[in-house]
Write a protein that binds this ligand. Sequence first.
Ligand code: FE2
Length: 341
Amino acid sequence: MNPHKPLPVYIPINRRRFFSSMAAASAGFTLPGFLAEALTQSPIVTQGPYYPLADDIPLDKDNDLVQLGDSLTAATGVVTYVSGRVLDASGNPVKNALVECWHADHEGDYAYSTGTGRNPACDPNFAGFGQFITGSSGAFRFRTIKAGLYNGRTRHFHWGVTLPGRTTRSCTQTAWNETAYANDGTTWATQNSNDSVFAALSAAQKAAVFLNFAAVDGTTTGEVAANWDFVSGFTPVEPTYPAPGGFVVTGEAVAGPDGTVRFKLVIPAYANYCYEIYGNPTLADLEWQALPFSLTQTGSIDRNKFVATQEGSLSLYVDAAASKGFYKVSFRVPGENIGTP
Ligand SMILES: [Fe+2]
């Protein structure tokens, strides 16, 4: 292996057909104004109570929220494309950023809110949550529906962005300029102007997170699209050897000892580098949590770090605590292997 080659980041894409259709659908709706807004740091607001808990994060967590799993039935609502870029404070695109999107279905119900699994009141065809890892252009894209209304809020999308090398998810929310009406046609009590999140933002911050929807050409079902950039105040740390860094991987469920389930992470490893695993952050704590692991599928979960002895593929096994979600594997250069992860 080339020790100076950047690590690949693995993200499973169940439905590549979506990406091909996405490319066609997204053509032509890039809106002007990127540069004017690029230097306004995206406001960091509450994550809210509806980020999926670790045990609830769905297996289907790709960037198409309109369809769940392999179902061909679309979620109810106005199909909405939201795309943009993750930028650092200088306006440079950030690759390998984890972008997460979640929001209410067309009737205002979230898919994951209870900690006990999927909310039965939510549209069964609505994924409710999706993730995307940016490429070299920093671009992300999601297909979803316009978020529904629930008491106390105007319509909004939730976003979480985790930059390479960081263990903190930055959360923001986007809205759009549209008078909100309840299903019976009455004016919704909460509009952007008196919403608890958006009313507190400055004019520049609002401009940075308000979406300008445009009709998607060639569709007959009222599909809309909008573009916005997430501008981070942080500088990303690219996971490039020989510098220290981190990258995001998924875990494959495998049988553990005594009927348990473990999650196997396969990573490229380099001799004398120290590896640590962090679990996907949950509602209670926005920090990724260090997870003890084992080097064997059924052995004792007995370590928080491991110094690779040779180059090659390395398998690490964790318990179910951060099931189904992403894991972050961080690594330290040789000679910096001390300390608590
Ligand atoms: Fe919300």
